[in-house]
Design a protein around this ligand. Structure first.
Ligand SMILES: *Cc1c(COP(=O)(O)O)cnc(C)c1O
Length: 485
């Protein structure tokens, strides 16, 4: 199975090369020529790591020894051997994706990506070191740093928006140890940091990055197919749990509601469906940055609007990179996708043809939820379902409720929970009670006492750790920063 760019299908690479490159040379994203099929019934009998081996192996067939890679990626790193447990709250089923080493759903993919990259590098006989360059709105940064720390033959550099991540997220990143890690704040928002990273990639392609001779650039953002493939697994895992609990029969369709930013998580759900999983509607939940809600409703993607800072910062995004993959999959038309992306770049807006709009609506439903409603939802869910959710998960929960109310679709609904409540203690605490002013670390302790839910081990004690990366730079200094690595 070969991969090509979403913007041009003429030049193909194998899956090992697609993982190594991250982005295609024309700026498009790598997509498989043809999606694989797997034995779904057999897969649903397996434990999570076996599922991962089967699914990632099918998506990335050029990378050998997948079973070994999966074991190395996940063994002993998550709170539970099932990696991503589900909780039946009596209303929705919550799929907990935050039981990994940094309490973020991105751990699922970013524990795996270093294994995939180093294996792909070996497969291709590549000599140079890889430099992983990543812009983060908070969670990707720490999960990537933790995943890549001290991995041989790889360096990692993370840029985050100055003041645009929570104190806990910042502390997680700036205390990261490892002989191959760099972290730096950028004056600007997440889109500025992401644009800066894209520009550095462009400089390397044009030969304007001298370090490009000794380092090969790659990315840990979800534009890398090696990041996306591992995320397909947990949709199968959730379905298997519903089967085991007798809540569904084999073949019954299940809906999933996904708090969405870059569209990677929800696209993994759509890929699970293409691999044969009986998925019903994929509900796309946004916060006040509701570009995707408007797009799925109207077919017009319009990024010309202010970026709102919300209580769910990992979803404060105006350009959802992975949507480009969906546009390709549903149209099969690279010229169309290239044209739309060109319009997005030059005009900040595009409109998809009517058939494509209809195809998207067939598979997806979209809604959004502002901060006030997310906070109300945290309180309601804690009171009624005795479940403590973070702001991102609450956004998903609220939109899932809207979906059920507006459509009457009563199929089982799985809400993806993307972060521990303790990663966003200020917002969660103020949703539940009027606590006095205190810093985020005191809020964590307060929240633990209030709810009886334990602080994850990786977050307690963070405050005592030494800050190792305290730099802040202008956005046009990012290239120079990378040159120094
Ligand atoms: C990254 C992230 C999301 C959004 O996931 P995408 O794949 O970018 O859509 C949602 N919630 C949290 C907590 C995240 O870290």
């Amino acid at each position: 199975m070969l991969y090509h760019s979403t913007r041009n299908c003429l030049s193909t690479v194998d899956s090992a090369q697609a993982v190594l490159s991250g982005l295609a040379p024309d700026g498009g994203l790598y997509v498989p020529e043809k999606l694989p099929q797997i034995d779904v019934a057999a897969c649903l009998q397996e434990d999570t790591m076996q599922m991962a081996q089967r699914i990632i192996g099918a998506m990335l067939p050029a990378i050998p020894n997948m079973g070994e890679l999966v074991r190395r990626a996940y063994s002993g790193k998550f709170q539970t051997e099932e990696l991503t447990p589900t909780v039946d709250t009596g209303k929705f089923t919550v799929l907990e994706l935050f039981r990994g080493p940094t309490s973020a759903f991105k751990d699922v993919a970013l524990c795996m990506l270093p294994q995939l990259l180093t294996a792909a590098k070996k497969e291709k006989g590549m000599q140079e070191d890889i430099l992983i360059l990543t812009a983060t709105s908070g969670d990707t940064g720490k999960a990537a740093l933790a995943g890549f720390s001290n991995v041989e033959g790889v360096k990692i550099c993370v840029f985050y928006p100055d003041g645009g991540v929570s104190a806990v997220q910042r502390a997680q990143m700036v205390t990261q140890e490892g002989n191959n890690v760099a972290v730096c704040a950028v004056k600007g928002n997440f889109d500025d940091a992401q644009t800066g990273v894209k520009n550095i990639f462009a400089s390397a392609v044009e030969g304007r990055l001298p370090a490009g001779n000794r380092l090969r650039l790659s990315t840990a953002n979800s534009i890398n197919i090696g990041r996306l493939a591992p995320q397909i697994t947990y949709y199968f895992k959730a379905y298997a749990d519903l089967l085991r609990r007798g809540q569904i029969k084999m073949g019954d369709k299940v809906n999933f509601c996904v708090p969405t930013g870059n569209f990677g998580d929800i696209l993994a759900g759509w890929l699970a469906k293409q691999l044969g999983l009986p998925v019903g509607k994929l509900v796309c939940a946004s916060n006040a940055n509701n570009v995707l809600t408007d797009f799925i409703e109207t077919g017009v993607y319009d990024r010309r609007r202010p970026l709102h800072k919300t209580a769910s910062p990992s979803m404060d995004i105006l350009v959802s990179s992975n949507l480009e993959r969906l546009l390709y999959f549903l149209s099969n038309d690279t010229a169309l996708v290239a044209g739309l992306m060109q319009e997005l770049n030059t005009k900040g807006v595009y409109e998809v043809p009517a058939e494509l709009k209809a195809a998207i609506k067939e598979e997806f439903w979209a809604g959004y939820c502002d901060d006030a409603k997310a906070k109300q939802t945290i309180q309601n869910v804690f009171e009624n379902q005795k479940y403590l959710c973070d702001t991102h998960t609450a956004t998903g929960w609220a939109v899932a409720e809207d979906y059920v109310n507006q459509t009457g679709d009563n199929r089982p609904m799985v809400v993806l929970s993307t972060a521990s409540a303790y990663k966003f203690p200020a917002a969660v605490l103020s949703s539940l009670t009027d606590a006095p002013e205190m810093d985020e670390f005191a809020q964590m302790a307060y929240l633990e006492k209030l709810t009886g839910w334990p602080v994850p081990a990786n977050l307690s004690g963070l405050q005592e750790k030494k800050e190792l990366h305290t730099g802040v730079i202008e956005k046009d200094a990012m290239l120079a920063f990378v040159e120094e690595l």
